[in-house]
Write a protein that binds this ligand. Structure first.
Ligand code: NAG
Ligand code: NAG
Ligand code: NAG
Ligand code: NAG
Ligand code: NAG
Ligand code: NAG
Ligand code: NAG
Ligand code: NAG
Ligand code: NAG
Ligand code: NAG
Length: 540
């Protein structure tokens, strides 16, 4: 009878001992690994190729021949004796990594002492490693403690004032997972921006969020669709991305050089294709064009220019630009509308203002040099939806996007300057209008016929040249598919989004409906042909 009990007990233990999880009775030792049930991710001990430092516990792609790590537990405390590490999930529902001397190198600190026997640590299909209570509640997840990688379904907060979700921190070198000086995350001074820092200095900045909920990216040759979504969780905003079912492995990293990259695995070439990289090589680095200068991506090769009403202050843009005519404050000033702009940094976020109130806010303050407004409708569950930004003093890190994204920046200038600029506009406007009408007609036609119009791409701009597998001379005169698809196509395709790419089904489902609305209101989604270039701002 006792023997029978033992057998039953043993077989129960065996069932629990599937290899995607740890239990208090089954720690992980050097040489062992966990594999997610879909076989995509593995967790175990590793030593980077040329590392002499020691070994680490990490998560990598199990099905990709080129070893690629997406998460590291003890990045700053390697195990010096590679054969001695042990990762345990304790009866207190904590993960503890220790060496042979019993020193703790890394641990979660849940201190969950309510006798939760049956706790396990599970490597999920998404690559998320979670501590799971017997009642299926997850009390800790690696997705909340990223290293340098964001996987589909992970969330990057636009604000970092809670310690739950921390910044991405780059590896120190190709073989050294230790934390480096490059980090990336929400800018807690504004709650609206994502910034890459080099130490404490900004290295690159994403424009202030304008309320757009979704941006989709589509590659017609492979059917690959990726959406970037801004989700509202308890009044806080998080960026997240998903890919369509059957897509290649896709990840987003802060490279050890400080570059932020979007990569997709190419199984044909057995390498990672970089299809978006920030900062762009040109003038995209933080404040590169100086005060009142801006990085103009509408140029074939993006370069610094002065904002209208300004002229270079010196031989190049290292000192930025100066006003042609001083402001008078009061009646003598007007606002000039600059469209398609990446809004500058160092704004003051004024809450609860209408557009007119926002303008008044700027007009009535002699120190105010510009303002921008977005109503952020449906972007937030909070009642305060409008976003009024005003700038006091110099405008730094401004840009102009080439593809029609970006927002209006209302720049304060002496009225006489504005008059002169608007004379130029009077000539330019009819030309712009006819181009717009033509564009609308073509778009409507494309949507209707859903045909795949082929256009000649004269020059693939710099984003394309960054693709590791593309040579810039090949891209000249190459035929690509017209980079637009119709809304219905996106909806059809997004129905196929796999579950495991979504974190928290309920919450995401709701957001997803909003996403559809947003798409509908735009009618068309900007999507991309070969090489996957993209909107400068809307993507990270
Ligand atoms: C490791 O070091 C060797 C020799 O120093 C070098 O040839 C090789 O490229 C390095 N591997 C990696 C992945 O850096
Ligand atoms: C490394 O750990 C193994 C197993 O615990 C032990 O036998 C060995 O002596 C250790 N080596 C060193 C240098 O501490
Ligand atoms: C965890 O709890 C089980 C059952 O209560 C016990 O047998 C085991 O020794 C405990 N493990 C540790 C490390 O305390
Ligand atoms: C868990 O306990 C440790 C030490 O006792 C403490 O430093 C840590 O803050 C506690 N963690 C939580 C989440 O309470
Ligand atoms: C699961 O169990 C923990 C502790 O026993 C408890 O705090 C939590 O509320 C439970 N969750 C659910 C969904 O029952
Ligand atoms: C980051 O800062 C360090 C020192 O402050 C500097 O040497 C390095 O060039 C910077 N990196 C980049 C990419 O600008
Ligand atoms: C994958 O790589 C091959 C060979 O370099 C290339 O021909 C192909 O276009 C790439 N696929 C994608 C989707 O980029
Ligand atoms: C701008 O000019 C200054 C002085 O002439 C020079 O030191 C600096 O390197 C130049 N910067 C660029 C980006 O050309
Ligand atoms: C927002 O502004 C309106 C009037 O402009 C005012 O009635 C309302 O109380 C304000 N709401 C908040 C939350 O400040
Ligand atoms: C915002 O929500 C309202 C109703 O909740 C809806 O009528 C409107 O179309 C939505 N606007 C956008 C841009 O999605």
């Amino acid at each position: 009878m006792a023997a029978l009990h033992v057998v039953i007990l043993l077989s129960l233990i065996c069932i629990c001992r599937s290899d995607d999880r740890l239990t208090p009775a089954k720690p992980l030792s050097a040489g062992d690994k966990l594999v997610s049930s879909n076989g995509v991710f593995a967790l175990g001990f590793f030593s980077p190729t040329n590392s002499t430092v020691g070994s680490y516990v990490g998560i990598w792609y199990n099905n990709i021949p080129k070893r690629t790590y997406v998460w590291v537990a003890n990045r700053d405390k390697p195990i010096t004796n590679a054969s001695s590490g042990k990762l345990v999930v304790t009866n207190n529902s904590d993960l503890v990594l220790s060496d042979s001397q019993g020193r703790t190198l890394w641990t979660t600190m849940n201190n969950f002492t309510t006798g939760a026997t049956g706790t396990s640590a599970v490597l999920l299909d998404s690559g998320n490693f979670v501590i799971r209570l017997p009642n299926s509640t997850d009390i800790w997840q690696s997705f909340h403690y990223p290293t340098d990688t964001i996987l589909p379904g992970m969330q990057l907060p636009l604000s970092t004032d809670d310690d739950l979700y921390t910044r991405l921190v780059a590896w120190r070198g190709p073989d050294d997972p230790a934390t480096s000086d490059y980090s990336m995350g929400g800018d807690s001074s504004s709650d609206l921006q994502v910034v890459i820092w080099n130490g404490t200095r900004p290295y690159w900045r994403r424009a202030a969020w304008d309320g757009a909920l979704v941006t989709a990216l589509y590659q017609s040759s492979t059917g690959f669709i990726m959406t970037q979504t801004t989700v509202d969780i308890g009044g806080k905003f998080y960026l997240t991305f998903t890919v369509s079912d059957g897509s290649p492995s896709t990840r987003l990293i802060l490279h050890y050089t400080g570059m932020f990259q979007f990569l997709a695995w190419n199984s044909t070439s057995s390498s990672w294709n970089v299809f978006i990289e920030r900062p762009n090589p040109s003038c995209d680095r933080y404040a590169y064009c100086g005060p009142f200068g801006y990085c103009d991506a509408t140029e074939t090769v993006p370069k610094c220019n002065c904002l209208s009403g300004f002229e270079p202050d010196g031989v190049n843009f290292s000192q930025g630009c100066r006003r042609k005519e001083e402001l008078t404050c009061g009646g003598g000033d007007s606002f000039s509308t600059l469209s398609g702009m990446k809004t500058p940094d160092k704004f003051v976020y004024v809450r609860n203002r209408s557009f007119d109130q926002c303008e008044a806010e700027c007009r009535n303050n002699c120190a105010c040099t510009a303002y921008a407004f977005s109503n952020m409708k449906n972007g937030s569950t909070s009642s305060d939806q409008a976003r009024c930004l005003i700038w006091l003093g110099k405008l730094v890190d401004t840009g102009k996007f080439r593809d029609g994204s970006g927002e209006n920046l209302y720049l304060r200038l002496a009225s006489s300057t504005v008059d002169r600029e608007s004379n130029v506009l009077k000539i330019a406007l009819p030309v712009i209008a006819s181009i717009l009408i033509l564009a609308c007609i073509s778009l409507a036609w494309i949507c209707k016929s859903r045909g795949k119009l082929r256009i000649k791409e004269t020059k693939n701009k710099y984003t394309g040249q960054l693709s590791k597998n593309s040579k810039s001379n090949e891209l000249e005169n190459e035929t690509i598919e017209l980079p637009y698809i119709c809304f219905e196509d996106v909806v059809t395709a997004t129905d196929n989004f796999s579950d495991y790419n979504m974190l928290g089904k309920g919450g995401f489902g709701k957001v997803y409906k909003k996403v559809a609305m947003k798409l509908l209101s735009k009618g068309l989604v900007r999507v991309l042909g070969k090489g996957l270039t993209s909107s400068e701002m809307e993507w990270f």
